[in-house]
Design a protein around this ligand. Structure first.
Ligand code: AGP
Length: 612
């Protein structure tokens, strides 16, 4: 996720900004840039890749000044190129901005600005903001122009602006993307996150959505977007640097678990419109989906957690689109001589877009004439580039090795794809269609509710932390939840062996191991197979196994079947794997934590598996 820094003060400005940006590196990025104001005007430097490249550029061509902005970009709109890197300037080159988030209505704003004669250089959604302010500057002073431009934006943003007309002030604002103000001695900062400025000041002003800030060396001046002053005292930060990087959470994994409501919002953004009961994709993806044959065959390929998302996708697409789907582990697919032709679409699912087996599968499928649609989190990654169309999950960088928000955002992207195709092919309409659209729009709120059960989950995890074998069971949409729950636990707690099964398979073998106190996590949420799952619970309990049941809120009858009960909000069965994943992630996290495991960097595992 992009990192933003703004600086007003008397320290060497490019060094200060570079240093602050380097403290935001954990957020992930693929290019970086800086804009500094001095007697020559605004000077901008950008480089793709790591900050080192930008630092070298600044060494070769130093820029002096006392006010400036900097940015590390994690590409969302437009590939990670130098042109797309921030800061972006207006037509006159006298104002520059940095942005984090997604401007939902950028296409319509761009069309309007093009008609007004503005010239664009990048493919980003961000650049429109510079031109929008430029346009308002024709009739308004800069503070008003900045606020008027903000009012035009739909979507999420944290923005900071520097203007050659204002040598002593920066302007900043946020909506659903992070931005804070640091107030130091004789210097002030904007930053995406506290670690950027912690070495210089512990005095922080937290900003709320739809507030505008003018920042001078004396401090911030906050107003509403109408210009009404807001008073806010700075907060003193007590965390150390390591804790601050994790937003106060002890591990990135826990931070990322808690980021899921926002991550899913980003996946849905611009694609799901509950008010208009509409699901849509960008032009290229829609064009791709329009070429699918009536008898198209789909093969989903992926590895690990992404494979589990693929299994959910299989259930979704077959039930609602009535399209035949096979799901394959990419490492098997690439070597099993699969049957492929022009009427086959291969859907590759990958967080990193760099997994060697998935990439090889994509290349093989292409050679045999299949079409490739990728669901991916990293823009411009190798698999994204090798594909005919890409649905980006926009979940933000995932740092913990164990995938959490990447998984739920992949399942969300598959739900969007399913709804889009089901509507297009006439399998869904009227009330059922609206119910599913509303259900999907509700998912971020339901995840927030599911997260509330954290204290109870922690207590249950403490109870079972000494166990060394776990089973996970589910049926239909929650078979993959069981597989993923077991993977999460064994991944981050290597002391434990955990297996996930389709609950109906228990009696065909695994049940032989069940003995007194053997913990079995069962997903028994509201579904068409609920009664069957309850029977499976009883089969386990008859052998004295202990069932940790994840059930829907309001299901009182389940209590007598559960040794420990975790409840999650009710949802349509199709979305239940997203909601049920939350307690399962938290359970794995707290069991591993109680066992003193290295949660973010488990032994023998890598975040991105770029070798066979
Ligand atoms: C998830 O917790 C794992 N770290 C792993 O299974 C991962 O999902 C797999 O390696 C695939 O990675 P990708 O999504 O980046 O392709």
């Amino acid at each position: 996720m992009c990192g933003i820094v703004g600086y007003v003060g008397s320290a060497p400005v490019s060094e200060t900004i570079l240093d602050a940006l380097s403290r935001l590196e954990y957020r992930g990025y693929d290019s970086a840039g800086i804009a500094i104001l001095n007697s020559k005007g605004l000077e901008v430097r950008k480089r793709t890749g790591k900050l080192k490249a930008l630092a070298e550029a600044l060494q070769q061509e130093p820029v002096e000044g006392h006010i400036g902005i900097g940015h590390t970009r994690w590409a969302t709109h437009g590939e990670p190129t130098e042109v797309n890197a921030h800061p972006h300037t207006d037509c006159t080159g006298t104002l520059a901005i940095v942005h984090n988030g997604i401007i939902e209505n950028y296409a319509e704003l761009k069309e309007r600005l093009l008609a007004q004669g503005h010239t664009f250089r990048s493919q980003t959604d961000t650049e429109i903001f510079a031109h929008l302010v430029e346009e308002f500057l024709k009739a308004h002073p800069i503070d008003a122009a900045f606020r008027l431009a903000l009012k035009e934006l739909k979507g999420s943003y944290a923005v900071v602006l520097v203007s050659a007309r204002e040598p002593h002030r920066l302007f900043g604002a946020r909506n659903a993307s992070p931005l804070i103000v640091g107030v130091g001695k004789g210097e002030t900062f904007f930053a995406s996150d506290v670690p950027a400025i912690l070495e210089r000041t512990r005095s922080v002003v937290y900003l709320n959505d739809h507030e505008a800030v003018e920042l001078t060396v004396d401090g911030p001046r906050l107003t509403t977007l109408e210009g009404k002053p807001i008073r806010r005292q700075p907060t003193k930060i007590e965390w150390n640097l390591a804790a601050a990087r994790k937003g106060g959470f002890p591990h990135f994994m826990l931070k990322e678990i808690h980021e899921q409501p926002a991550a899913i919002e980003q996946t849905l953004m611009n694609r799901l419109d509950p008010a208009k009961a509409r699901v849509t994709f960008d032009r290229k993806t829609k064009a791709f989906l329009d070429t699918l044959h009536a008898n198209e065959r789909v093969i989903i390929i992926a590895c690990g957690t992404a494979y589990h998302a693929g299994v959910v996708g299989e259930y979704m697409l077959e039930e609602f689109v009535r399209i035949p789907v096979d799901v394959d582990l990419a490492s098997e697919f690439r070597y099993r001589d699969p049957m492929l032709d022009r009427r086959t679409t291969v859907i590759a699912i990958t967080q990193s877009g760099e997994t060697a087996d998935t990439l090889a599968g994509v290349r093989l499928a292409k050679e045999h004439g299949a079409k490739i649609l990728t669901i991916c989190n990293v823009m411009g990654s190798s698999i994204a580039r090798a594909s005919d169309a890409v649905i980006y999950t926009h979940a933000g960088p995932e740092i913990a090795v164990a995938s959490t928000k990447a998984y739920t955002s992949q399942v969300t992207a598959l739900a969007l794809l399913t709804l889009y195709l089901a509507k297009k092919r006439g399998h869904l309409s009227g009330a059922p269609w609206r119910r599913l659209v509303e259900g999907l729009a509700n998912v971020p709120r339901l995840i927030e509710q599911a997260l509330q059960a954290e204290p109870e989950i922690k207590a249950i995890a403490a109870k079972y932390a000494a166990a060394r074998n776990f089973y996970y069971l589910g049926r239909r949409y929650n078979v993959p939840t069981a597989l993923e729950g077991a993977l999460k636990l064994k991944e981050i707690c290597p002391l434990i062996h955990a297996e996930g099964y389709a609950a109906g398979e228990m009696k065909h073998g695994p049940i032989s191991l069940i003995r007194d106190g053997w913990p079995v996590v069962v997903i028994a949420t509201h579904s068409s197979v609920y009664d069957k799952v309850v029977s499976n619970i009883e089969e386990v309990r008859a052998r004295k196994g202990h069932c940790i049941v994840i059930a829907s809120e309001g299901d009182h009858a389940i209590k007598r079947h559960a040794n420990s009960l975790i409840t999650v909000p009710k949802t349509e069965e199709i979305f239940s794997p997203i909601i049920a994943a939350i307690p399962s992630q938290l359970f794995a996290y707290y069991v591993a934590d109680a066992n003193g495991c290295d949660i973010d960097q488990p032994p023998n595992l890598a975040k991105s598996v770029t070798v066979e």
